[in-house]
Design a protein around this ligand. Structure first.
Ligand SMILES: [Zn+2]
Length: 303
């Protein structure tokens, strides 16, 4: 569509919403605030903070892959119907920009992961310049996401502002409790077991918070499989540095991690949840964090 056609389309959406007087499925409708997020982790945060005042849907579905996501026409419609859109930012979900343009949506967009007060942002690769987007894998930082989501919900639905803030406060307590528990249990992992490699570069915030060292990744980026020589170099790295574990992730095939594990004797920690939720007990962000901590402790020692 041309820019003019898009403008007209968005104008028509706005006019039809006005004509309906807030009835039906228009973005201005009463009832629960309709929220669309890019990933399931953000959708759960919105549900925890918003409770009965919201309905929320993630564009990338449970088990899906955000970095290589390819939106469909149905996703355009979901965005059109949203009263609030929540994304992570930091390069994780840049495809949303195009999707919003196609939808003509004028709903406010919350960038939940950027410029959070008190977050130490980390580079994507050792020595790399780009900021790594996986900020939520520090549970205490997750509480900051919840606060920002609460303020955004309060802005679109001021009648329930107090409930959103109370929801974020209670949820933040839960997340800070998980953070303290993770610090204690992962802090008890023997020093010699603290170096790991991961499938993709999802763990720098987790590692910085809980005392692990990530010495490499199997893929440079999701969708970019390593060459045979890159795999051989990883095997050499694991041996040379005495790396104890390989973190495999639920949304990616773990064949390569297992092959490197067999070759080197490193422990493969399978089914860690990083960018997506799964089935119970990892169907919530809090459940995902707890399960990840349990799996890492079981593989590497600790409390
Ligand atoms: Zn990722």
């Amino acid at each position: 569509m041309t820019r003019l056609a898009l403008l007209l389309a968005s104008l028509l959406v706005a006019l039809s919403a006005a004509a309906c007087g807030g009835a039906g499925a228009s973005p201005a409708a009463g009832g629960p605030v309709r929220v669309v997020t890019t990933i399931t982790i953000l959708a759960d945060m919105v549900a925890q903070v918003g409770g009965d005042h919201v309905t929320v849907e993630s564009l990338v579905r449970k088990g899906g892959e955000v970095h290589t996501f390819d939106p469909t026409p149905a996703d355009v419609r979901r965005v059109t119907e949203a009263r609030l859109i929540v994304r992570n930012g930091l390069g994780l979900d840049d495809w949303l920009t195009h999707l919003i343009r196609n939808s003509g949506s004028t709903a406010p967009i919350v960038v939940a992961g950027e410029d959070l007060p008190g977050v130490t942002y980390l580079g994507g690769k050792p020595g790399g310049g780009a900021v790594n987007p996986h900020v939520w894998l520090n549970a205490a930082y997750g509480a900051l996401y919840a606060d920002r989501i609460a303020e955004s919900l309060a802005a679109v639905d001021p009648a329930h502002a107090a409930d959103y803030r109370a929801g974020a406060a209670a949820y933040g307590e839960t997340l800070r409790g998980i953070d303290a528990d993770a610090k204690g249990r992962l802090g008890a992992i023997p020093e010699a077991n603290r170096t790991v490699i991961s499938f993709h570069d999802a763990f720098p915030y987790f590692a910085a918070a809980y005392g692990l060292t990530i010495d490499g990744t199997i893929v440079d980026a999701p969708g970019q499989d390593p060459s045979a020589s890159q795999v051989a170099a990883l095997v050499d790295l694991v041996r040379a540095k005495g790396i104890k574990a390989i973190f495999a992730e639920a949304q990616f095939n773990d064949d390569l991690a297992r092959a490197i594990g067999r070759e080197t004797g490193a422990t493969v920690v399978s089914d860690l949840y990083t960018d997506t939720l799964g089935d119970a007990p990892v169907d919530t962000y809090a459940g995902m964090l707890r399960a990840d901590v349990d799996k890492v402790v079981a593989a590497l020692g600790g409390g």
